[in-house]
Ligand binder design. Structure first.
Ligand code: UD1
Length: 367
């Protein structure tokens, strides 16, 4: 079986690591994987570092599309992916998640009848103003095999009329967190480097465009973080988009207070192993990222979600996470509640750590 895998954004590189590892360990003689990097993320600390740390084979192709408007970025990727699919003639195109790289792969492959495997299928925020919601709906509806990490995702597919080729298989990100947790503790230097040993800290990430690009939302989030920093260290590995926009969209006095605050550690984007260590040792996680929400849950940390909804509804329903949106009062109130009353209920929502092996077996069987 020959598969072409498309990756491009940071979380996809991480997800793809689980499948590449499963192929290497269990299916080396049966599966050939050709990796295409669209170049959507291109900074070393948004891309290369993950290949090095997670042991992913170097991409066979790099489209180097870089940053551009949604239309230009996606269009360049479609052209490049189509060319590669015509040349490689794979049995499947494997796509992850909900980024512009996912959408481009779905459009390119479906038009030339290459069957698509969508990993992380069925997730819905029911908020079509998010580019990711459009990307994941389009990709699901072009796919032949759809692997959903959660029961809710699987049910969403049934509700949309799917009846064949759909699976509830667990989460490849959980595979990775389980596999790398101890390795990360041994290899990562981040706690030493940032002097975080024995420090109670809150880990925060912010990168969604509606938070970074809307000044009122960004200011509300940072006002809340400023308040939290009065009693706790706040560690903020920042996405390049957010770093670029802090001094543009934050009120000047707030920007000064944040950047001159010894309790707020603004860091460059963290590597995967550093991020896992930060998540494992944080007291609480505050984030607008889908992946970081889940990883907080994997490591049994309470999580505040800086969005108006989440695709990972189960983690809210069981009380491990709260949707605070970019609302200053709600963030602080939920933060205080979790400090007084940390959650204890972390049920098995994301499978058993073997999702990637299951996916490989099903792809082979359905060939
Ligand atoms: C993308 C995905 C999002 C995913 C996120 C993870 C889409 C629509 N969104 O969002 O689903 O959660 O990745 O990180 O695909 N930039 C750099 N260096 C880089 C990469 C980006 O400076 O290596 C800057 C550029 O200014 C760029 C901006 O970040 O314009 C946004 O990058 P983009 O690829 O458009 O989307 P993300 O916000 O990263």
């Amino acid at each position: 079986m020959k598969i072409v895998t498309v990756i491009g954004a940071r979380p996809q590189i991480i997800k793809a690591a689980a499948l590449s590892r499963a192929i290497k360990e269990h299916f080396e003689n049966e599966v050939q994987e050709v990796i295409v990097h669209t170049g959507q993320h291109y900074d070393n600390n948004m891309s290369k570092v993950f290949f090095d740390e997670l042991g992913i084979p170097q991409p066979d192709y790099n489209l180097n599309v870089g940053s551009a408007s949604h239309g230009v970025q996606t269009a360049k990727m479609i052209v490049g992916i189509e060319e590669i699919l015509l040349k490689e003639k794979p049995d499947y195109l494997v796509l992850y998640g909900d980024t512009n790289s996912t959408l481009a792969g779905a459009i390119a492959a479906s038009k030339i009848h290459v069957p698509i495997v969508h990993i992380e299928a069925g997730l819905r925020s029911f908020n079509k103003s998010m580019p990711e919601e459009i990307n994941r709906i389009c990709c699901d509806h072009c796919s032949t095999l759809l692997f959903s990490p959660t029961a809710t995702g699987y049910q969403n597919l049934i509700n949309e009329g799917f009846s064949t080729g759909i699976y509830h298989c667990g989460d490849v990100m959980y595979d990775n967190s389980k596999y790398f947790a101890n390795i990360a503790d041994q290899k990562s230097q981040i706690l030493d480097k940032e002097e975080l040993h024995g420090v109670d800290f809150v880990l925060c990430t912010i990168h969604r465009d509606n938070n970074t690009d809307q000044p009122e939302r960004l200011n509300a989030i940072f006002k809340a973080l400023l308040m939290i920093s009065e009693s706790k260290t706040v560690v903020l590995p920042l996405h390049p988009r957010t770093s670029k926009l802090l001094n543009v969209n934050l009120e000047k006095s707030l920007f000064d207070k944040i950047t001159n605050n010894k309790n707020i550690k603004i860091l460059p984007p963290a590597s995967f192993l550093d991020m896992i260590v930060l998540e494992r040792h944080a007291q609480m996680v505050v984030t607008d990222s889908g992946g970081v929400q889940k990883e907080a849950f994997f490591f049994q940390k309470p999580c505040l979600i800086l969005r108006s909804e989440t695709e990972w509804t189960e983690i809210v329903e069981c009380g491990a996470a709260v949707i605070t949106d970019a609302n200053e009062e709600r963030i602080i109130e939920s933060y205080n509640k979790f400090l007084e009353n940390p959650p204890h209920n972390f049920p098995d929502i994301f499978g058993d750590g073997n999702a990637a092996v299951f996916i490989c077996k099903e792809m082979l069987e359905k060939l």
